[in-house]
Each structure stands twice: as C-alpha cells, then as structure tokens.
Design a protein around this ligand. Structure first.
Ligand SMILES: *Cc1c(COP(=O)(O)O)cnc(C)c1O
Length: 236
C-alpha cells in the first residue's frame, strides 16, 4: 500500500463530508442527519481502516464471502451494513457481524433473518430494497408493493423496519435519477404514515459516487460511496 493511496483516501473522505454538508445546507437540511457509508467491495482493509480513521464510521458490504474474509482486519469502531444481494442460505454467516441489512428484497429473506436473529436473540434493523426504476434485471420490491410488505415485516419480532434503500438505474440521466429519489422520499413518508406506531422508520439509503449530492438534496440519510472514496474498482 503506497502512502499516496492512503493519503488520497483521507482527502476523498474529507471532500465527501464537505460535499454532503454543502448539499444538505443548500436543501435546508442538517448535515448531521446524513451518514456517509464507505462501500468496501474490492478495497483492501488497510484503505478501509484509513477511511475509518478519517472519520467514516459506517461500512457497506455487498458480498458475504468478502465480508467474512476481511471482517477480522477491520477497525471495529465502524458499523457494518449489508447492502448486496443476500442469499437465504448465507444469512447465518452475517447476522452477528452487521447492524443493518439494507437489501431485504423478499419476504422469504425477511423470514430467514427473523429465524437466525431469534437464535442469537438480536433485533436486526432492516431496509426494504426498492426497484424504483422497475428494471427486470434488478432485485427489490416494486414501489406498488412497499406498503403491503412494510406491514408484513411487523410479523417478524426480530426485525425492525428502519426505511428504504435503492440503487436507482445505472446510466440514468440526472433528471430521471432525481425523479427516482423523489419517489423514494414519498414512499418513505407513505410507510411512515401507515405504520404510525413505528418511530424508527427514518432511513433513506440512496445515492452513490456519481449522484450522492443529488440524493442528499432529495432526502437521503445514508449515501453509499465506493469509487468516490477509494478510486476506480479493479476487479481481479
Ligand atoms: C458498489 C455499490 C455502491 C457504491 O458504488 P460506487 O459507484 O462505487 O460509489 C453503492 N451501493 C451498492 C449496493 C453497491 O453495490
């Protein structure tokens, strides 16, 4: 690991916090209400720990295998959220390691998280993943089913619904993306209204390297940034 790369990570984290603050203030929001997530896929634990040292207290993992391989090397002061496609047979490996699963995309998966968390006596925070652009290739619930699904989650005592997550559509123009983000904000209000007893529904996870400032303007409370902090991903 060269010094330069480490220094860049520190600088990038600082810049991301600044951009988030600016976008928040411009939208009349409190910058404290937005969390910066460092998305860790393909990134070395050394660089990730540098991001933590630079003030980032939230990591996003999208592969179970990678999480298990790198987990022991991470500075444990940061929280970890799972953000990727999660197969039901792998839930058991991560429930003790993450504080939130942001990518709940089926009732079957919710059921498995319930069973595994019941075994370790843990209440797991979850977000419902929304396929907001209605793409066939993407996982997630459609916007139309979100209210029904949010009510179904109440059947699972070891799950605590905290809000919604989306990836948006890769390659979308900025105005299209803005409409998706707006729709997500409205959906969050809808499920809050339908679950009046639930004071915990207040998280909107949206916005990545290319569009996180826009996401903040439209109400994101978690932005998930990978390449914008660590540089272009090299898949091996
Ligand atoms: C990779 C990934 C991100 C971050 O994407 P970047 O373009 O690197 O910022 C965010 N969310 C999810 C679910 C991802 O898989």
């Amino acid at each position: 690991m060269s010094e330069k790369l480490l220094t860049d990570t520190e600088k990038n984290v600082k810049e991301a916090f600044e951009k988030i603050s600016k976008a928040a203030l411009a939208a009349g929001r409190d910058p404290e209400d937005i969390r910066l997530m460092a998305v860790t896929k393909t990134v070395s634990p050394e660089k990730i720990n540098k991001a933590i040292e630079s003030g980032c207290d939230l990591l996003g993992e999208n592969k179970v295998q990678e999480l298990l391989e790198k987990y022991e090397s991470y500075d444990k002061s940061a929280e970890i959220h799972f953000i990727g496609k999660l197969q039901t047979n792998k839930v058991k490996y991560i429930v003790d390691k993450v504080t939130m699963i942001e990518s709940v995309d089926s009732i079957r998966l919710a059921e498995e998280i319930e069973n595994r968390c019941a075994k370790i006596d843990k209440i797991m925070d979850v977000l419902l993943e929304v396929n907001i652009a209605e793409e066939d290739s993407k996982s997630g619930f459609s916007a139309k089913e979100i209210i029904a699904v949010s009510e179904k989650i109440k059947d699972f005592p070891h799950l605590r619904l905290r809000g919604l997550m989306t990836i948006g559509r890769f390659g979308a123009e900025i105005e299209e993306t803005r409409q998706y983000f707006k729709k997500m904000s409205h959906l969050l209000v809808d499920i809050k209204d339908k679950n009046r007893d639930n004071i915990y529904i207040n998280i909107l996870s949206m916005g990545m390297s290319g569009d996180y400032e826009l996401a903040v303007s439209e109400g994101a409370t978690i932005v998930r940034i990978g390449q914008g902090l660590f540089g272009a991903r090299k898949y091996v």
